[in-house]
Ligand binder design. Structure first.
Ligand code: PLP
Length: 382
């Protein structure tokens, strides 16, 4: 947020900022989806709906889960909420009590630990490293489990690391989950953005018997460039959905009726816009990776999914520049915005202070300009 604020100030002063901070696709919401919203408004779908979403949206979610994920759910086992973020918030509130421990692999999406704390649960951070592709090892996971461990959060592809589990990597994790009877919260919001022919694995495809203790959380935000519409959803056993729905009923009631109509079109309509967007992200991922790899001593994994690169920058830390000490990736992010006018996000809030996150949800032209600047600014530090 600090870098974003600085970027706004500098931009207002007329400085040309290249922004690699975005956590959302740069594409516009596809036209048929916007048309569905406009049509919904015209036909008067502007009133409250059922708390957990319209029948049409629940049908579209059930159909999508079967079509894309091979998962079978009934309408009473799904709930639409105001974004995947609210889905996760409700899930944590419904599931956890004070003293419960929840495994959060690091680097993690910034909101998980705080949302868990708000639910009274204890985030149990389990570090992963570049060497393991930022994926949990069975040993690392096993060592973190205590008698109080209730659940694990899996986010693949991951924000911020861009890594995604294949079957070989996820199967031993699923075994441990089964052995310890853990609840799995599978955050699938980046599921469509997978590159290089990787076959992304899902815990429920590997172990269907975990269905009774798994929550599938997803959203139209990233897949359909609909971050502002605020529609997310959860598929889970009916009693969990019921508890989440009770909470939602006192928090937001239904998510926006018009946005729900748009989400029906997104989930049930033609999927060609997703394919085009993902193809473009893949081109950018290749480009960003090649450019980052060419910068001396920057360690960066090849992105497997989502739209982030997450280089390790410690070779450029622990020095003083213009009187300011660069201790963490956050300090380096501040240096990059000040001296090179590129906005990136420091890694501390993702649980990885030696990293910066570069979003490639921006044009190839911007990527080229921004990476030239980063390259130049880092070489000055070398
Ligand atoms: N999960 C992850 C990993 C995310 O990165 C985000 C958004 O940045 C979300 C969930 C929530 O997205 P939304 O609330 O827009 O559906």
């Amino acid at each position: 947020m600090a870098v974003a604020e600085k970027a706004t100030v500098l931009r207002a002063q007329g400085t040309d900022i290249v922004d690699f901070g975005a956590g959302e696709p740069d594409f516009d919401t596809p036209e048929p989806i916007k048309n569905a919203a406009a049509e919904a408004m015209r036909r008067g779908a502007t009133k409250y709906t059922a708390v957990g979403g319209t029948d049409a949206l629940k049908t579209a979610i059930v159909t999508k889960l079967r079509r894309d994920n091979g998962l079978t759910y009934e309408k009473r086992e799904v709930l639409a909420s105001c974004g995947g973020k609210h889905s996760l918030f409700l899930a944590f509130q419904a599931l956890f009590n004070p003293g419960d421990e929840v495994i959060v692999p690091a680097p993690y999406w910034v909101s998980y630990p705080d949302m868990l704390l708000l639910a009274g649960a204890e985030p149990r951070i389990v570090r992963t490293t570049e060497e393991s592709g930022f994926k949990l090892s069975p040993e690392g996971l096993g060592a973190a489990i205590t008698t109080r461990t209730r659940a694990i959060i899996l986010n693949s592809p991951s924000n911020p690391t861009g890594s995604a589990y294949d079957e070989r990597e996820l199967a031993p994790i699923a075994d441990i989950i089964a052995r310890h009877n853990l609840i799995t919260i599978s955050d699938d919001v980046y599921e469509m953005m997978v590159y290089g022919g990787l076959r992304r694995a899902h815990v429920l495809q590997l172990r269907p018997e975990l269905r009774d203790r798994t929550l599938v959380v997803n959203s139209v935000s990233k897949s359909y460039a609909m971050t502002g519409w605020r529609i997310g959803y959860t598929a889970a056993p009916a009693e969990v959905i019921k508890a989440m729905s009770t909470l939602q009923g006192q928090m937001t009631s239904n998510p926006s009726s018009v946005a729900q109509a748009a989400a029906v079109q997104a989930l049930a309509g033609p999927q060609d816009s997703v394919t085009l967007m993902v193809r473009e992200f893949e081109r950018r991922a290749e480009f960003v990776f090649e450019r980052l790899r060419a910068i001396p001593n920057l360690r960066c994994l090849k992105p497997q999914g989502a739209f982030y690169a997450f280089p390790e920058v410690s070779a450029y830390l622990n020095r003083t520049v213009n009187g300011t000490e660069l201790k963490t990736g956050d300090d380096l992010a501040a240096y990059l915005i000040d001296s090179a006018h590129v906005a990136v996000v420091g890694g501390s809030d993702f649980g990885a202070p030696d990293h910066i996150r570069i979003s490639y949800a921006t044009s190839l032209e911007n990527l080229e300009r921004g990476l030239d600047r980063i390259d130049g600014a880092l070489r000055k530090l070398a």
